[in-house]
Design a protein around this ligand. Structure first.
Ligand SMILES: Nc1ncnc2c1ncn2[C@@H]1O[C@H](COP(=O)(O)OP(=O)(O)OP(=O)(O)O)[C@@H](O)[C@H]1O
Ligand SMILES: [Mg+2]
Length: 176
């Protein structure tokens, strides 16, 4: 067969020519994204399955769907037992800067930036300057308990995105 039009191209996370049997899942997730943009409650989604079953391709597809809807997204690969603060903080910073570039920083963006600044300080994460002319405001996302601080930080960034009539979706894959 001519390799130019051979549809067989396996590879981790590579979009197959036809993403067979996932229409319902993608439709459900897409509906959730619309609900999110409409300020309705949505639960997170976890894709579970054996090796090679297609978790990464679905994740990549949903990532693109979210971006097409104007949602601010990030996609990271988390290693086993990994360092989520180091992985997510730079991504949340990128989202905050993207939000800020649209108009001048609002109250919510400043709050989220303050939370990010506290978070990177307490978890000793190395990222670029948080910037946006933010004064340190202790007492937010700075307890040192990841279970508490990360949701606080993510929520602060989500609220900042909401103020810009957007939302955020975090896509976290397992590093293989
Ligand atoms: N629904 C599908 N239809 C057609 N091909 C698919 C489908 N799902 C996955 N594939 C193909 O199977 C291969 C493996 O998919 P993928 O890398 O997403 O698996 P995975 O579940 O993330 O595996 P791992 O557990 O190793 O990370 C890829 O080449 C992908 O294109
Ligand atoms: Mg995978």
């Amino acid at each position: 067969m001519d390799r130019r039009n051979n549809p067989y191209a396996p590879g981790a996370g590579l979009q197959p020519p036809e993403l067979a049997g996932r229409d319902r899942l993608i439709e459900d997730a897409s509906t959730d994204m619309d609900r999110l943009l409409d300020h309705r409650p949505v639960k997170g989604m976890m894709l579970l399955g054996l090796r090679g079953v297609g978790k990464t391709v679905v994740l990549n597809r949903l990532w693109r769907t979210a971006a097409d809807k104007g949602i601010h997204t990030t996609k990271v690969e988390a290693p086993e037992g990994g360092a989520l603060p180091q992985l997510l903080a730079p991504e949340l910073r990128r989202i905050l800067h993207a939000l800020d570039l649209q108009v001048t920083a609002t109250h919510r963006i400043r709050e989220a930036a303050a939370a990010l600044r506290n978070f990177v300080s307490v978890f000793k994460v190395k990222i670029g300057e948080v910037g946006l002319g933010i004064e340190p405001t202790p007492g937010y996302a700075d307890t040192g308990q990841l279970e508490q601080d990360l949701p606080d930080l993510v929520e602060a960034v989500a609220v900042a995105a909401e103020e810009r009539k957007s939302a955020i979706c975090l896509f976290i894959d397992e590093r293989s």
